[in-house]
Ligand binder design. Sequence first.
Ligand code: 5CA
Length: 444
Amino acid sequence: MYISKAFIPILKNNPSEAKIKSHQLMLRVGMIKQSSAGIYSWLPLGFKVMKKIEKIVREEQNKIGAQEILMPTIQSSEIWKESGRYDDYGDEMLRIKDRQNREMLYGPTNEELVTDIFRSSIKSYKSLPQLLYHIQWKFRDEVRPRFGIMRCREFYMKDAYSFDVSDEDAVYSYNKFFLSYLKTFKRLDLTAIPMAADTGPIGGNLSHEFVILAETGESKIFTDKRIFDLDSAGSVIDRKSLEDLRKKYEQFYSVTDEKFNKEEFEKEVLEENRLITKGIEVGHIFYFGDKYSKPLNAAVDLPGGKKDFVKMGSYGIGVSRLVGAIIEAKYDDKEEIMKWPFSVAPYELAIIPMINKNETSALDKVTNIFKHFESINIDTIIDDTDENLSSKIKKFNLIGVPYQIIIGKKSEGDLLEFKETGKDPQNLTIDQITKILTELKAKN
Ligand code: 5CA
């Protein structure tokens, strides 16, 4: 992509309406544009990042055997009346009438719809477990949409649903998602801590929120800080290994404010290990047994000839919120440097030609380098503007393009000036740069 042709409407200064750094940066570099309160258009830079996050989320869902489907955004009120949530959900649900005067709604979540899909086809325990997910827009008419895409009304969510024959199997499914969430957030270079949480309007009695630390987060959290030293390394998806993984995390006190109990906290956590802070909820998982399968009559035949309602869980990741969460974690707003993880950076490489545009041989060299990186699938942007070098570098630091090749005086002969954001430049050959970037790509 040539920057002169790109739709990247960068602003000179931070927009005054944005209160937190992710919102500031997203407006500043033109990742999003508000269309009405809590509703945003995603412009090329923002959309590229979100799609790369989505790809990682999808890969990790597929790895635990979840199958992707796509349900509509608009749902009929019928199934919500069956579950009893049509009234319970209240004003957060956007209700619509079609031309036949039928009551429809814009889905805030999909427990009912996916249960309806399940019950129409799956009749026997032999077809279980089933793990289904989709990645789709949701609408919640939040009372106070704020912080840009962090708490908005229309947002992009990965929601998965599990169906099992027994509580025991259902907890196994729950644990698969538990692991897959740890892996997903790790690939996004985020430390997301699972915390025992309330189930709210989704229901059930087992639930974890996955929270990353951030002063600007809306979740208040109380933890034993030793939980931050844990990770999922070595876990595989057999029952025992997953059970052990969850126990490993659950041995440390870690809850959101709805679950907080001062006495318990002080009894269980030594003073020096206590951490009370704020965080951003990037994912939330729930186990709720037959809360939906019973009223919606989703039952399967059991081995002995009896029937029973399936046991269900649901598992959400805020895909669009993650764009903001990564910025909160990685943006140095004083230096104005955004450090996207390589795997989700809007562009992986910027080529910055500082040459005389009338020199055709220099121009050819630039074009050839650009074509080379495009041909090996490095997401490359070339800066063909007349700005000076320092403002070009500032711009790419702000957008967050992790690697830059500066083609000017210091790129002589076979050597190119190659720079990683925030580090000193090095002179490398195109083959050496290719090796660095392709290895990074393979790792992600
Ligand atoms: N049905 C369940 C699991 S699929 C569910 O809806 N869970 S949820 O309500 O916790 O939402 C899942 C994730 O969506 C949250 O963890 C959060 O990351 C994201 N999310 C929820 N509400 C918003 C919002 N208003 N704006 C942006 N992201 C949101």
